[in-house]
Design a protein around this ligand. Structure first.
Ligand SMILES: [Zn+2]
Ligand SMILES: [Zn+2]
Length: 141
């Protein structure tokens, strides 16, 4: 998967340094969400020279190019996931932190309404909705 990412970035005029390549490989070949810290841990064995600032910059570049999706799962740190991770809606319990992956097609009608009303192409491939899970609701009662 990361070869396609590298090729697309080169075609768009990005210069891919060896450090960037290692970072891109780690996130592009992942199927899960990764924080910048997770990426750092993953690549540590391969390169000691890469720092967290370089990782953030590279991840943000991938987000800007639409290759990686940035989300907030309520952990205080953004999580990054490659395109192939989605689409799904994350239902995150604000109390216990449980994450449920829900069917993204439920967002279709909302996307339709936003398009019609604001001419805005909403990106619903990987969105987060915060709330309370069934178990925490019963505990609150
Ligand atoms: Zn809960
Ligand atoms: Zn996800």
């Amino acid at each position: 998967m990361h070869h396609r990412y590298l090729e697309e970035l080169r075609q768009r005029g990005y210069r891919i340094t060896p450090q960037r390549e290692i970072i891109i490989q780690a996130v592009a070949d992942s199927t899960a969400h990764l924080t910048a810290e997770d990426v750092l841990k993953l690549i540590r064995p391969r390169s000691e020279a890469i720092n967290i600032a370089t990782i953030y910059r590279t991840l943000e570049m991938l987000v800007e190019e639409g290759l990686v999706i940035r989300s907030d799962l309520g952990q205080g740190q953004a999580v990054y996931a490659p395109q192939q991770h989605g689409p799904h809606i994350h239902l995150v319990c604000r109390h216990c932190g449980e994450v449920i992956a829900a069917d993204h097609t439920m967002a279709d009608s909302l996307q339709e309404q936003i398009r019609a009303r604001y001419h805005f192409e909403a990106d619903f491939t990987h969105i987060t909705i915060f709330g309370l899970c069934a178990q925490c609701q019963s505990q609150e009662k």
